[in-house]
Design a binder for this molecule. Structure first.
Ligand code: ADP
Ligand code: G6P
Length: 482
């Protein structure tokens, strides 16, 4: 068994199951913030990524991506239901996102969540070198740090939560709240997107575990666990380069042409998820159309909503509702050849996303709650031209870093309408000033600096951070076989 000095453990490997009929597969990046962020720093790294490759049954054999080894973890159909669709995405996901959708508490899911977490911990223990570093990611694997510490006390263990960590009033609803908290605190350093999350965990550790806790450190069971905020980011250089490629600029011109050369293009790009506020946004837009504030003749809205977690009932219901609403709006306000909303329920290549970002006059990012929201950052990175307005929810982690966006409370539909109108009619000089400030921030806070900050905090020697987040070779496109 080959071992690595750095092991990343995440539910999902950074690839989408995209097999051709001959079994060959062009590796495609999974949509979703976590895979995108880590892929950018790890693709050339001498590391191993432990994760699920999608699908059920025996794990496929995967070849390395550059220096990155992939160690797939298998899931059975029952495990997929109980662990991924159930406890992770029907209990923890909604609860951690302010319960914007009612969390489901099903007692049958816990044991599967626990045993799948144990499988991930065992796989990580197998591939980690003596005294190596293991970096565990996100809410799917909250028990892994504690389990791994039992198996391999020699390791340095990090945990990063990509989603919000809820306030105690909500977390306390969890039937397995003590085990989950203790599991996460098995790490040496627990990182969050926002400082508020570290504060929430400190309060819970005091209350539930009798720990001595501050917002930076929690002492429990004779060990001290450090905590802190490390806001995740994007590969700014990659998006800037993509968005200024001549073919991408041509694609953007073509898109505008295909949209009928409107005066204004409004764009939203989300996973089709109830946390993203798509329904509130559609309501606001249709009310603007009805009131005549926006005319289909000169304004179009493009909503990209990539399919996500499609076997989970709440996601199926959401898709039905959104598609019904888009159909209703287009039926009521569209004209022949001029729909009010262009709805695209499909994955896109990075270059296509860059072309879309370059086409947008107003980027509408209005989640009801979001750990970070990388789409907002991608849009800013793509706008070398200094044009375009960003309408951003106050409830996205990104709002703390991008206060020059048009910030909005997406629950307040009237406020959302006003903000959309303000963004649509803003003076170009004002937009340029806002964009410059946001781009300046991003230039100093990209994905490499995120990894460096986290890994330096985890491993004081700093050698790991240097190796990973230093100069990298350009990304390669890699083909793999089943
Ligand atoms: P989340 O992590 O909840 O999915 P983020 O906004 O943080 O939300 O990250 C979404 C990521 O998925 C971004 O990197 C974005 O570019 C990518 N993405 C979104 N829609 C698509 C799509 N239709 N095709 C490919 N990638 C997409
Ligand atoms: C969010 C989560 C990630 C997850 C991604 C896509 O970004 O924080 O952990 O991978 O959504 O969701 P999926 O269920 O397709 O992995």
């Amino acid at each position: 068994m080959r071992q690595s000095s750095l092991v990343v453990v995440a539910n999902r490997l950074p690839l989408d199951d995209n097999a051709a009929p001959d079994g060959a597969c062009e590796w495609r990046r999974s949509p979703g913030g976590l895979a995108g962020a880590l892929h950018a720093i790890l693709e050339q790294a001498p590391a191993t990524w432990v994760g699920w490759a999608g699908g059920v049954g025996p794990a496929p054999t995967l070849t390395d991506i550059g220096g990155l080894r992939l160690r797939p973890v298998s899931l059975s159909a029952d495990e997929l239901r109980g662990y991924y669709e159930g406890f992770a995405n029907s209990t923890l996901w909604p609860l951690y996102h302010d319960a914007v959708q009612q969390p489901v508490f099903d007692r049958n899911w816990w044991e599967t969540y626990r045993s799948v977490n144990a499988r991930f911990a065992e796989a990580a223990a197998e591939v980690a070198e003596h005294a190596g570093v293991v970096w565990v990611q996100d809410y799917h694997l909250q028990l892994v740090p504690g389990m791994l510490r039992e198996l391999r006390p020699d390791l340095l263990i990090g945990f990063f939560m990509h989603v919000p960590f809820p306030p105690p009033e909500l977390y306390m609803q969890l039937p397995r709240r003590v085990e989950l908290l203790r599991g996460m605190l098995g790490a040496d350093l627990v990182g969050f997107q926002r400082e508020q999350a570290a504060h929430n965990v400190a309060q819970l550790a005091t209350k539930l575990l009798g720990a001595h806790a501050t917002d930076d450190a929690i002492t429990v069971d004779g060990r001290t666990v450090r905590t802190g905020a490390f806001p995740v980011s994007i590969d700014v250089a990659e998006m800037r380069a993509l968005a200024s490629r001549p073919d991408v600029l041509r694609q953007s011109e073509q898109l505008r042409h295909d949209l009928g050369q409107p005066k204004r293009v409004l764009l939203s790009v989300d996973r089709l998820d109830y946390t993203k506020g798509i329904e509130h946004r559609l309501t606001a837009y249709s009310e603007l159309l009805r009131a005549g504030h926006v005319k289909v003749r000169d304004t179009v809205m493009v909503q990209v909503a990539v399919p996500s977690r499609e076997r989970v009932e709440s996601y199926q219901d959401l898709r039905d509702r959104i598609e019904g609403e888009v159909g209703r709006i287009n039926g009521e306000f569209g004209r022949v050849g001029e729909p009010a909303i262009h709805y695209l329920n499909q994955p896109f290549a990075r270059s296509q996303l860059a072309a879309l970002y370059r086409t947008a006059d107003v980027m509408v990012v209005t989640p009801l709650r979001d750990g970070m929201n990388l789409v907002a950052k991608e849009f800013v990175a793509a706008r070398e031209d200094g044009r375009g307005a960003l309408v951003l929810s106050e409830f996205a982690g990104a709002a703390a870093e991008l206060p020059q966006a048009f910030l909005v409370n997406p629950h307040d539909v009237d406020g959302l309408k006003d903000t959309l109108l303000r963004a649509m009619s803003a003076d170009p000089a004002e937009l340029a000033a806002r964009m410059t400030a946001m781009r300046d921030h991003l230039a100093g806070h990209d994905i490499q600096s995120w990894a460096r900050a986290y890994l330096t905090a985890l491993d004081h020697t700093g050698s790991l951070a240097e190796r990973l987040a230093g100069d990298r070779a350009p990304a390669a496109s890699v083909a793999w076989h089943r």
